[in-house]
Design a protein around this ligand. Structure first.
Ligand code: KG4
Ligand code: ZN
Length: 375
């Protein structure tokens, strides 16, 4: 990663304590993590959500998010240290999300971590938010490299082969909206509230998933790229043609959720076959789902069945580490730190920062989501 500079290699088995800060979207989060012999332990964490600030707008408003992060970031860090039972002096390095994400928020978290690093004379580590998600399953279980990752969040939808720390190969991604965005937009069209994913999932439980037929863009084409923008329009069209009774809302939500599950499950099957045939993923490799949409129970069930059919072991971080959190940033920061990489204090925030920079250059995907952060 070009944005980190090597420092002296750390003794990998000595315990290190890292503070991680996450502010790239609408969660102000921090965690203190202890890493010893490669085993992470979260000593304390806080996740302060801004849902209420954005509710009225049906989506995250960047300026409101940045101000809200600035208002609470210091107290979130203070409370995190208190819960962990440590002080700033106990921390070996300070990590913060440095992109991709909403730039105002990213700057708040980075400035907080840099200030703590500077005042205590300890290193600062700028973390790629996507690397945080990519490594997040290892917070709760020792998932071995290499594994196949499906990252599905409000800003991203991509398949990544995770071959080691800093070794990520993007295999396919959305060419327009992220899948979480599709959930949020559908919820908005149906008047279900924000954030959309949990609202759609709740309604879907009481609906008929076969009630309406929605398009499955790009499913008939080879490859792992996906498209979700047309789904929102299709849902809107259906909603305009029906009397929106409670049952109709549940039926549309269930049909939408089923469509998403089918697209992601079929594309995951192809991704599993690809890594087996072309990337030497042998034995029973891991298949990981991460990111906010990974909290969706119907999707988890469908992908668990698929993994078992294809001979992959299925892993999903606990729900609190699926959505944005400080623990994954502390863990990615700790892994960078023990491998001898820290960042300069003048590191800039990056609104866009693909995990697999080589693929992003040779095969860029298009689209500018609300978070402007797609790889
Ligand atoms: O990972 P995340 O917290 O933030 C980003 O990095 O984007 O993901 C947030 C997204 C939102 O679009 C939200 O609607 C979606 O994850 N989400 C869900 C569920 N819980 C959160 N989507 C579907 N089902 C859920 N249960
Ligand atoms: Zn995220």
């Amino acid at each position: 990663m070009a944005t980190t500079a090597p420092i002296m290699e750390q003794a990998p088995d000595s315990a290190k304590i890292i503070l991680g800060i996450e502010t790239s979207c609408d969660e102000t989060a921090a965690a203190v993590l202890r890493l010893e012999n490669g085993v992470p332990e979260i000593l304390g964490e806080v996740i302060a959500s801004q849902f209420d600030d954005h509710k009225a707008y049906g989506g995250v408003v960047p300026e409101i998010a940045a101000r809200a992060h600035a208002d609470v970031c210091d107290s979130v860090v203070e409370e995190t240290l208190k819960r962990a039972g440590v002080t700033v002096a106990d921390i070996d390095a300070f990590a913060a999300t440095s992109g991709p994400g909403l730039i105002g928020g990213v700057m708040v978290g980075m400035m907080t971590a840099k200030a703590l690093a500077m005042s205590s004379g300890k290193p600062f580590i700028g973390v790629n938010h996507l690397e945080g998600h990519a490594l997040s399953p290892r917070l709760s279980e020792p998932v071995e490299f290499p594994y196949l990752l499906l990252l599905v969040s409000g800003g991203h939808c991509q398949f990544i082969a995770v071959e080691g720390l800093g070794q990520y190969r993007r295999l396919g991604s959305t060419i327009d909206d992220a899948v979480g965005e599709a959930f949020d937009k559908t919820a908005k069209v149906l008047g279900l509230g924000f954030p959309g994913g949990p609202a759609v999932e709740r309604r879907a439980k009481d609906g008929n998933p076969d009630a309406i037929k929605l398009p499955r863009p790009l499913l008939d084409r080879p490859g792992l790229d996906m498209s979700f923008a047309g789904l929102k329009t299709a849902v809107l069209r259906e909603a305009q043609q029906m009397e929106l009774t409670d049952q109709a809302l549940c039926d549309i939500a269930a049909s939408f959720q089923k469509t998403i599950c089918e697209i992601l499950t079929e594309k995951s099957r192809r991704a599993m076959q690809l890594v087996r045939e072309e990337m030497n993923f042998a034995g029973e490799p891991g298949f990981v789902i991460a990111g906010g949409v990974g909290a969706n129970q119907a999707l988890r069930t469908s992908l668990t069945e698929l993994a078992s059919e294809e001979g992959f072991s299925f892993h999903a971080p606990p729900l609190k580490w699926c959505t944005d959190n400080g623990a994954m940033i502390a863990y990615a920061g700790a892994m960078r730190f023990i491998s001898g990489q820290v960042s300069p204090l003048d590191l800039a925030a990056r609104p866009r920062w693909p995990l697999d920079e080589a693929s992003a250059e040779t095969n860029p995907v298009f689209g500018g989501g609300k978070r402007g952060a797609k790889a």
